[in-house]
Every structure is written in structure tokens, then in C-alpha cells.
Design a protein. Sequence first.
Length: 155
Amino acid sequence: MKTNENHANTVTLPEEMMMIEFYLGKELFCLSVKYVNEIIMPTQVTSVPRSKQYIEGITDIRGEVLPVIDLAMFLSIPVQEMSEQDRFIVTEINEQRAIFHVSGVEQILSVTEIEKPNDLSNRNQFVSGVIRNQEQIVLLLDFEKLLKEIVAYQS
């Protein structure tokens, strides 16, 4: 990795990374495709008593019961009611599978440069980088750190 001369905080990656770009409310985020098993329409979720508010519950995906995490709620991002754009992103991170409920999936991005985040608010402690996609800014979430924190909260 090398630093880009145009932006002091920009790192040029040794090879391009593929990212899934998605919405939480009106904000754009992304995660590496290496963590994504599939993206599906939301399915029926069974509530789990006494779980954290951001845990929607559990659902069955091809015979496997997985937790469904409301990512916007976990990150304190305001979202309107569920819409037909909503999706479940089924992930596997460090051999742990979970589903993240997002407001919509936009596209797959090919990324060669990532800016290091500046002083971000506490909520964005999970932001590992900033990606400029044409006129838009997309926040790269650190899903390993995020899932580790969610698991810690559940213990």
C-alpha cells in the first residue's frame, strides 16, 4: 500500500478490492465481498426475548438458524419504515455467520484507493475508511470489529 500524493490520507491498494455498497437510511456504506455469502430479500424473523434492541431475532436460511442484526439501529442511524428495497446481507466473518439487515443494496464497487477516516464521531468507531465513488462518499465499515462488538454486547 502506498499513499496517494493528491490526498495525504489516501492509501492506494496493491490490488483492487471488490465492495458491496449498501444503504442504511440515506447514508452509503460498504463492506468487502469476501465477507458476503449472499444477499437476499428479508424473510420472516422470530423475536428472541430479552435480546438487545438491534437484534431483530433469528431466521432460518437453508436449514441454518442465524441471528438478524439491524445494522442501522446498532449504529444509531435513523431509518424509515421497512421498504421493498430492504435486504439481508448474509455474512461469514472469522467463521461466524450472521445476517445484517440493511435499507438497500446499491452495487458492487471496484476500489483501488481508500482514505483513512479523520476524527469521526463515536458512532463511527467502526468506520475503517472512506471511499470516493464519483460524487458520493461511501464509508467502509470494519465488519470484523463490528461483529466482535455485537457478540461482546450479547455476552
